[in-house]
Write a protein that binds this ligand. Structure first.
Ligand SMILES: *Cc1c(COP(=O)(O)O)cnc(C)c1O
Length: 410
């Protein structure tokens, strides 16, 4: 298939093998194990000399089909599907890291990611250095020869901070450090991470891809663009696998040992979701931009944060990197925590729930929920305010959402 649209390509990726019954959609192969004709065939599969399936913790036809579809539309070198976004982040950092190494990142991260770094991985000797990733001299001051990754979220959730990806990629390349980005909030139908120097992308496919929040999932996209010849952790893998060193260690070691591969039922649902992702995104993101502008005019709202608004401090950078519709998530500030709780309690149409990019519009007060177990001091370091409401905009008409917000404010 040559020059066709994202929407067409994502629908028409063919199976690796013809289905025995000519099924038009990929069947769900709900099996743990696969049978072999002979001991020799079994040996060949287990030793990696053939691509035959051996066990569904390692590969499964339905999951692999989902991975192949993502690979076809993203042009990533390799794609791995796991059973949550958190599993994907864990796999990437455990593949690159080791005791004594450090990760340079921002304190403006998804709450569980902060906890994974600060509480879980640091207990294994991986140091975490939080700094301001929008300030390149701070980044340079924090990296050293033990830095195994610069890790960021392309639009931070819920602060909506945007770092200059090309500037970070320049530092990363010069210092021989892979640039790792969680790109969950901007779908790959409108943003190609490899064009901005990102070496590995992590996506929570629970969000845009699943299509109506049907299931949890995580994706790792390796663009195969990093030179691991200087990497202490991956040197051995580099010598055998070259630019596939990361994927080789991740798939052959970490992935097998952690056992968090996506399950076939979930891959089936997420493949269906993927087919309509761009159509849903267009609708959600254009409603989000329109709504952000309308909310700015309301008296009860102190401020509106959406990087697609012309008066947003990140507008130029955000538009250059992500286009006119940077995600379907916005935040706004009310006068106090009490005003936020009263607003949340008066909502009639918009649902009180966590999660992002469901078909339904969702509202949450991040300080008391996702960040509720951090101390007030930690929340301040992370840029989490008691006055902020986060909105994930769904498929309803803009007027329905505006009217519900209006009635909940007054
Ligand atoms: C939701 C989310 C995650 C975690 O993904 P799960 O699928 O819930 O494990 C990580 N990063 C970002 C930016 C997210 O929004």
């Amino acid at each position: 298939m040559g020059d066709i649209s994202f929407e067409a390509k994502v629908l028409h990726t063919t199976f690796e093998k013809q289905d025995a019954y000519n099924a038009l959609s990929m069947p769900v192969y709900n099996c743990a194990a696969y049978e072999f004709e002979s001991a020799e065939a079994m040996e060949a599969a287990f030793c990696g000399r053939t691509m035959d399936y051996a066990y569904s913790r390692i590969t499964n036809p339905t999951v692999q089909y989902f991975e192949n579809r993502v690979r076809a539309v993203t042009e990533a070198m390799s794609v791995t599907a796991l059973n949550s976004g958190m599993a994907a982040i864990t796999h990437v950092l455990m593949t690159l890291g080791r005791a004594g190494a450090n990760i340079v990142t921002s304190p403006h991260l998804f709450g569980n990611t902060v906890s994974l770094l600060k509480n879980t991985l640091s207990a294994f000797g991986l140091e975490v250095r939080f700094c301001n990733l929008t300030n390149m001299s701070e980044v340079l001051a924090n990296v050293d020869h033990n830095t195994c990754a610069i890790f960021l979220e392309v639009i931070t959730n819920p602060q909506l901070e945007v770092a200059d990806l090309k500037a970070l990629a320049t530092i990363a390349t010069e210092c021989h450090i892979p640039l790792i980005a969680d790109t969950t909030v901007v779908p790959f139908s409108v943003f190609r991470g490899q064009d901005f120097g990102i070496n590995i992308e992590i996506i929570s496919s629970t969000k845009y891809i699943s299509g109506g929040a049907t299931s949890l999932g995580g994706l790792i996209l390796d663009h195969g663009t990093f030179d691991y010849s200087h990497s202490i952790t991956l040197k051995k893998w580099y010598e055998e696998f070259g630019n596939k060193a990361f994927t080789a260690r991740m798939r052959k070691e970490i992935h097998r040992n952690l056992g968090a591969y996506m399950t076939p039922q979930v891959a089936y649902m997420q493949t269906l979701g993927l087919e309509t992702m761009q159509i849903r995104f267009e609708r959600m993101a254009s409603t989000c931009l329109e709504l952000a502008g309308r909310l700015q005019t309301l008296d009860g709202i102190v401020s509106v944060n959406y990087t697609g608004l012309k008066d947003n401090p990140y507008y130029k950078l955000s538009t250059a990197q992500f286009g006119a519709y940077p995600s379907a998530m916005l935040t706004f500030d009310l006068s106090s925590r009490e005003a936020c709780f009263a607003f949340m309690n008066r909502l009639k149409l918009i649902r009180r729930a966590t999660n992002l990019f469901d078909n339904k519009t969702l509202a949450i007060h991040p300080a008391s929920t996702i960040f509720g177990t951090f101390t007030e001091e930690e929340r301040q370091e992370m840029g989490i305010s008691q006055q902020t409401i986060r909105l994930s905009v769904g498929l309803e008409a803009g007027d329905d959402l505006f009217n519900d917000i209006m009635q909940a404010l007054f």
